[in-house]
Design a protein around this ligand. Structure first.
Ligand SMILES: [Zn+2]
Length: 456
């Protein structure tokens, strides 16, 4: 049965385009020596810089007469003269960031749920998508996940969760992939019991989960002395995997964890191999810089802010994009023989979790997704959700454009947010809104978008 599923799955991917060919290419190159990989990566970096210079108004303006591109050649030594691209640039300079040849590129608009408190839209295309899928397949392979393996996803995506029922196409897709999706959006004790049953009944080969969701589930299982089926591996994503979390998940599920790092804006960037020496960066698709607080490059082994340049999205190139996370490039080469550099200690912003009166936890990513749903209207510029007390939640909103009576103008949207917060916090919870001109970052410069004043 697995063979049939795996064949149909591969046929389906093949019919959609070049991701399997790209996978083959990366699989061949991954064991090249680091110097050779750097050489290939630099060629790709030059290609996208050149493209940006000639086709993207925003970059043309920034790079003109700077010596970055001269006589049709890129001087990579001047690469860091390109100013860092902020999320606010993506919002304010959206039109200028589009490539002039967009219409030939099978492009589409994608949005991030605002995990940094600031929602962004960006344009991606077919070529980018194929590379993104190829990297996903590659990382899956590292974790031992083969086409056709059964998989439980402890996952939540604002679109999938709120748009409504699954279409027949998605259902068939899941069946072929033998994949079950558990809605990690809400995890009270009843939900966790259900998840546990699903895992024990399905006995999946693998679990793919939000870090915090699988951690919560592991804690629940341990605290209540429950038994859980042990899958071959668990891939964690979308959150910081702290050592205590890894220990708990590994202990409870008695399996190996593969941590993966990526984002909606730039796709999957890095993942652990089975030697677990850090996360290998997908060098053919992403160029990563680590910078010190003063903007200078951080040495290998020193933690700093991550600046990402995706190498495959020519429709809207993001050169030197401040993704909002921190990390360290390892000084070590991995013993697995892969030439891709290792990323260590990758972590996102520090966020609070909400605690319900019954003691159960609402993890921040759910709350971000709540607002993510209404972000597609693009009326919110920034937000902050504050749990003032067990049953008191305040949402601070900065509007895209000022409005005299936002409570009335955005009544429906606010009602929608209220319903969704109540869905996780309970009906008793009071939700209030405050419209403000700005939400300043904390003194450390980090932006807190979820704050809980309730002691857990
Ligand atoms: Zn390795």
């Amino acid at each position: 049965m697995k063979f049939v599923r795996s064949s149909i799955y591969k046929m389906k991917i093949k019919s959609q385009g070049g991701s399997l060919e790209k996978l083959k290419l990366i699989e061949d190159i991954q064991f090249f020596p680091p110097e050779k990989i750097t050489e290939i990566q630099e060629e790709k970096l030059k290609k996208i810089i050149l493209h940006s210079y000639y086709n993207v108004p925003y970059y043309r303006q920034l790079m003109d007469n700077k010596g970055i591109v001269e006589n049709n050649k890129v001087n990579l030594k001047r690469f860091t003269d390109i100013p860092i691209l902020e999320k606010s640039d993506l919002i304010e300079r959206f039109e200028e960031l589009k490539s002039n040849d967009l219409k030939n590129r099978k492009s589409f608009v994608n949005s991030s749920g605002g995990s940094t408190g600031e929602p962004v839209s960006f344009i991606q295309d077919k070529e980018y998508y194929d590379w993104m899928m190829a990297v996903k397949f590659l990382f899956n392979k590292w974790a031992g996940i083969d086409f056709g393996d059964s998989l439980i996803r402890l996952w939540g995506s604002e679109r999938d969760l709120f748009v409504g029922k699954e279409t027949l196409k998605t259902m068939v897709g899941r069946l072929i992939k033998s994949e079950k999706w558990l809605n990690a959006f809400r995890m009270n004790n009843e939900d966790m019991e259900k998840f546990l049953d699903e895992i024990n009944n399905m006995k999946p080969n693998h679990i793919l989960a939000y870090v915090e969701s699988i951690y919560e589930l592991a804690r629940y299982i341990e605290l209540n002395n429950k038994k859980v089926y042990s899958p071959e591996s668990i891939m964690t994503s979308a959150g910081t995997l702290y050592p205590h979390m890894r220990d708990t998940i590994e202990r409870v599920f008695d399996t190996e964890i593969f941590n993966r790092y990526g984002s909606r804006e730039v796709g999957d960037i890095a993942c652990e191999c089975s030697n677990h020496n850090g996360l290998h960066i997908s060098s053919l698709t992403h160029f990563i810089e680590v910078i010190n607080p003063d903007g200078t490059p951080a040495k290998n082994g020193v933690e700093g802010e991550l600046i990402v340049t995706p190498l495959t999205n020519f429709s809207m190139p993001l050169l030197r994009y401040r993704i909002g996370d921190t990390g360290t490039i390892s000084r070590e080469v991995c013993s697995c023989g892969r030439g891709f550099p290792l990323l260590e200690k990758v972590s996102g912003r520090i966020t609070d979790r909400f605690i319900r009166p019954d003691g159960s936890i609402v993890i921040p990513i759910y709350l971000i997704h709540i607002v993510g749903v209404v972000l597609y209207d693009k009326w919110i510029r920034k937000f902050q959700i504050i749990q003032e007390d067990y049953n008191e939640v305040k949402v601070k909103i900065v509007l895209q454009s000022p409005n005299n009576d936002p409570h009335l103008v955005y009544k429906n949207q606010l009602n929608e947010i209220t319903d969704k917060i109540k869905f996780v916090m309970g009906k008793e919870c009071n939700i209030s809104y405050e419209f403000v001109n700005n939400i300043p970052p904390t003194s450390s410069g980090k932006y807190r978008y979820i704050i809980s004043k309730v002691e857990g």
